[in-house]
Design a protein around this ligand. Structure first.
Ligand SMILES: [Mg+2]
Length: 103
């Protein structure tokens, strides 16, 4: 059985490492794209060669081309497979710092 081919479009280094690790542990072959433009190019090039990706994981917030624009262009290239979008939550409310004592 061949490995699942996954395109991971994600600009954040921590998420790149974590998601690549999880996907590879699950037996997938992972191609990493650091921004939406690279993801679009990867899909376009892939379809001329080795066949399409089985799954695309798409970060919404990325430089150069965001996840929305990249997804549109990838669909225009004829990719009909699943694209799962995700967004890093940036507004996580931090716990209040301990009140500083005045000495
Ligand atoms: Mg991002």
């Amino acid at each position: 059985m061949r490995r699942l081919r996954v395109l991971l479009a994600e600009d954040g280094p921590d998420n790149q490492r974590l998601l690549t690790w999880v996907l590879e542990r699950a037996g997938a072959e992972v191609v990493l794209a650091e921004n939406g433009q690279i993801a679009v190019d990867a899909v376009a090039n892939r379809q001329e060669g080795e066949g399409p990706f089985d799954l695309i994981l798409m970060d919404i917030q990325m430089p150069i081309l965001d996840g929305y624009a990249a997804t549109r262009q990838i669909r225009e290239h004829g990719y009909g497979g699943p694209i799962i979008a995700f967004n890093r939550q940036r507004d996580v409310r931090r716990p209040h710092p301990l009140p500083q004592r005045r000495l």
